[in-house]
Design a protein around this ligand. Structure first.
Ligand code: ZN
Length: 323
């Protein structure tokens, strides 16, 4: 028994010795912090340091729009700077022509003094305005159109089909978040003059429910599929019906240049322009139309804002233009 106790005791002493020498002679590790400081750390405290803002290699704090910061390895900074990150805090701001830009936060005041804007709401209102409208989406091309509208601080109205919202809820939410108006283009796109009035009501309500589920807001405007309506249908729906004054026929030509020409050849103040966010050529046309219309002195606004600007309260009837 004594032997066993002696053995256990000596084993214990040996382990203590091994542990003591291993910790005593292990070299400290050099760690880096994003604030530029460095620190030698005993390896036994390494993990807790790595979990609390210390790194094994030099790091830098970098910035993106919207008070977003990140800490990256210094070796990776260059790659991040090429992908929308900055070494100093930045702010989104709009150039005098309306184009969205990113500038260093410290330079914002200087830009504002030189005619830049912090928000599209601050833009001086132009005398002329038109409403771009996109039907039948959302689709895989909606985001490309939104990219363009966002870049120029432009607004448009998307008359969405309820069933398509199920397929592309993210695109709808982004449109709403960017301040686009979301209109009602029914649940399954029937010709409203060919269905019962209870079906009209159901088509409108189902669409509104789906849109509300994604955006939190119910549409207040209807675009009837195929432009088919009667005053009876409008009364059943109980909302203004928004037609158009410029039909680009983008669905038929599937040609960006023809869509551009259809708009630019006849656009006037108060026009409502019909397109469909279902086709790549329509997205390409949008990228030409938006900056051109801005250059031509038009504000690009939602249908509701167009009405507001013209001092018109939209009623339960059909509108093909608003002036
Ligand atoms: Zn349609």
């Amino acid at each position: 028994m004594k032997k066993i106790i002696a053995l256990i005791l000596s084993l214990f002493l040996l382990m203590t010795f091994v542990y003591a020498t291993s910790t005593a002679y292990a070299p400290n590790t050099l760690l880096y912090h994003a604030d530029g400081s460095t620190k030698q750390v005993d390896p036994q405290f390494l993990d807790e340091h790595l979990q609390n803002g210390w790194y094994l290699y030099p790091v830098v704090t970098i910035y993106a729009v919207g008070d977003v910061t990140s800490v990256v390895y210094t070796a990776d900074v260059h790659e991040h700077l090429q992908n929308g990150w900055f070494l100093d805090p930045v702010t989104e701001i709009y150039a005098p022509g309306g184009r969205k830009s990113v500038v260093y936060t410290q330079d914002v005041e200087t830009h504002l003094a030189n005619g830049w804007y912090l928000s599209t709401k601050d833009f001086p209102k132009k005398e002329k305005a038109v409403a771009l409208t996109y039907d039948d989406g959302p689709s895989k091309f909606t985001n490309r159109i939104l990219d363009c509208l966002e870049r120029y601080g432009a607004k448009a109205t998307f008359f969405v089909v309820g069933n398509s919202v199920y397929a592309y809820p993210d695109a709808l939410l982004r449109a709403h978040t960017l301040g686009m108006e979301i209109g009602n283009h029914t649940m399954t796109h029937p010709r409203l003059t060919s269905v019962s009035s209870s079906e009209v009501l159901s088509q409108i309500n189902k669409n509104a429910n789906v849109v509300e589920k994604v955006t939190g807001t119910r549409p207040t405007l209807v675009r009837p599929p195929y432009g088919s309506y009667t005053q009876g249908v409008i009364n059943t729906a109980g909302m203004p019906f928004i037609l158009w004054s410029i039909d680009t026929l983008d669905w038929k030509t599937r040609n960006a240049q023809k869509t551009v020409d259809a708009v630019l050849s006849k656009v006037k103040d108060g026009d409502i322009i019909l397109m469909h966010d279902l086709y790549l050529p329509t997205a390409e046309a949008t990228e030409i139309i938006v900056p051109r219309l801005i250059d031509m002195g038009f504000d690009l606004v939602s249908v509701s804002e167009l009405a507001e600007r013209k001092g018109i309260t939209l009623e339960t009837k059909a509108y093909s233009k608003i002036k």
